[in-house]
Unconditional design. Structure first.
Length: 328
């Protein structure tokens, strides 16, 4: 029988292990309750990176040891911080998801008003390089209609099939994931993408009372969609979000140019900060303000809750500059 290097450990053993690694546990029953409620892997392994001692190469020391003074409560507080961050981002991301779906439904249906025009490959921008991707998008939409039409109970797709013999795109978009919307946008003909970007540009200028600003080009919507899709998946699946970074990120320079903030400190590998400043271009002013205010309050609370060292690490992981209030 092979040796198991990750054996089952009781709550008592988990507490003892954490103490051996230098974590301060003052209330054993509290620690046991939190470990039982959230799980050792999600709570400790998920958020340990911020608290690990590191060598001169900034790599965690092996075996893992924690920074002197690290408390068990620090893990719980960071877990809760990330949970609240996901809730704040979810509302902003969902608002944009609804808006993008409405834009796609309107502009595509305006250009191709015939029934089921979204199932015709000729209504998309396809060539030798992306024909397979377009067919996947069409197939996904057809499968979605089939699945929902066989679901028990009432829904909009069954209603339209039974009463109108067709499913308008503005109905179907209600059942599409953000990933579906993202690929639909990517495969749209250029005139439709131009129409959508024009709408967002007009809305942005009116919302912020801007006489002149660089246009939000179709590629910028594409860049924002890429970021939103990555973070939307993380939020939906309760993944660690505060330190999430998109390694193959979009062109943030074009987004900064539209914002007109030449000194905006952004990374070419976007994190939470880059996501938030980008959403300014596509959210209503009130929706963006709600998200921004919530983020500021979350960070203010964190500043009071964590040590200065840990708080600065949190800001760094999120790509937030110390003067972040100036930018969001």
């Amino acid at each position: 029988m092979e040796n198991n290097d990750r054996p089952f450990r009781t709550l008592e053993e988990q507490v003892n292990l954490l103490r051996e690694k230098g974590i301060i546990i003052q209330n054993i029953n509290y620690a046991k309750n939190e470990l039982m409620k959230r799980g050792y892997y999600s709570l400790i392994n998920g958020y340990k990176s911020l608290f690990l001692e590191r060598n001169e190469n900034v790599s965690p020391r092996i075996p893992h040891q924690y920074i002197a003074g690290t408390k068990f409560e620090d893990f719980v507080n960071l877990y809760e911080f990330d949970k609240k961050l996901r809730a704040i981002l979810y509302n902003g991301l969902l608002s944009y998801e609804v808006s993008l779906g409405a834009e796609l439904a309107y502009r595509f249906s305006e250009a191709f008003p015939k029934e089921y025009s979204y199932l015709d490959i000729n209504n998309f921008n396809h060539n030798d390089d992306n024909t397979v991707q377009v067919l996947k998008t069409i197939s996904s939409l057809a499968n979605k209609i089939e699945q929902e039409s066989h679901n028990r109970g009432s829904n909009a797709i069954r209603h339209y099939l039974n009463n109108h013999n067709c499913i308008p795109l503005w109905v179907l978009t209600e059942f599409m994931t953000f990933g579906d919307l993202n690929y639909f946008y990517l495969n749209c003909k250029e005139e439709i993408r131009q129409g959508i970007s024009h709408d967002f540009t007009h809305r942005y200028r009116i919302t912020y009372n801007l006489r002149r600003t660089n246009a939000i080009m179709p590629e910028i919507i594409e860049h924002i969609n890429h970021m939103v899709n990555m973070f939307r998946n993380a939020v939906a699946h309760n993944e660690i979000t505060y330190s999430k970074v998109i390694n193959r990120g979009p062109n943030m320079r074009s987004i900064r140019n539209v914002l007109g903030q030449t000194g905006l400190p952004i990374s070419s590998q976007p994190g939470v900060f880059e996501l938030i400043v980008s959403l300014r271009l596509v959210l209503d002013k009130s929706e963006y303000a709600t998200m921004s205010d919530s983020i500021k309050k979350l960070l203010t609370d964190a500043d009071n809750q964590f040590s200065t060292q840990v708080y600065e690490k949190i800001l760094s992981c999120m790509h937030f500059p110390n003067n972040y209030e100036h930018w969001i």
